[in-house]
Design a protein around this ligand. Structure first.
Ligand code: HEC
Length: 139
């Protein structure tokens, strides 16, 4: 499995790989418009359950994770990809779901066994969108 393989090396290698996944997932180049829709959607990404950010049209944004305003300036695409694929590579105690990993998801129902939360294309779309969030103030 792509994610399992690369993540295993990210987790053991230390150094640069532990900070980011430079290789895009097998998908078309990310589309920031689709990525924004995934981030803002309450069913697909659930991102705004925990995060707030420059999303003026979305009520009730969360504060369990950092505000995503300016995240594209703080983190490069490789760093964003690793956090999206499996934030546990950075913080073993994270509450952020591993969006592209099948490892360690013990409590998923049968329906979801072998599925990732988002597919490769959705991950690349979200990364492309987050990379556009370079303004420090709400846009
Ligand atoms: C259940 C809560 C939760 C959900 C849902 C969640 N996150 Fe997170 N996220 C966190 C927390 C907490 C952190 C802080 C680092 C950590 O503890 O892992 C974080 C960190 C991040 C970071 C790094 C931010 C920084 O400034 O370092 C990014 C980017 C991110 N999340 C994006 C997303 C996106 C995009 C989604 C939806 C697809 C999402 N998150 C869904 C809780 C969540």
């Amino acid at each position: 499995m792509w994610a399992g393989l690369v993540l295993a090396s990210a987790l053991t290698a230390g150094g640069a790989l532990a900070q980011g996944l430079p290789e895009p997932l097998p998908a078309l180049p990310g589309d920031p418009v689709r990525g924004r829709a995934i981030v803002e959607d309450r069913q697909t990404g659930l991102c705004l359950l925990c995060h707030s950010g420059p999303f003026p049209d979305v009520p009730f944004q969360g504060d369990l994770g950092p505000d995503l305003t300016g995240v594209g300036a703080r983190l490069d695409p490789a760093e964003l990809r690793l956090r999206m694929v499996d934030s546990r590579a950075i913080n073993g105690d994270t509450i952020m779901p591993p969006y592209f990993s099948r490892d360690g998801l013990n409590r998923v129902g049968d329906r979801w066994t072998g599925e990732t939360i988002l597919d490769a294309q959705q991950i690349e779309d979200v990364i492309a969108f987050l990379a556009t969030l370079t303004q420090e103030e709400s846009e």
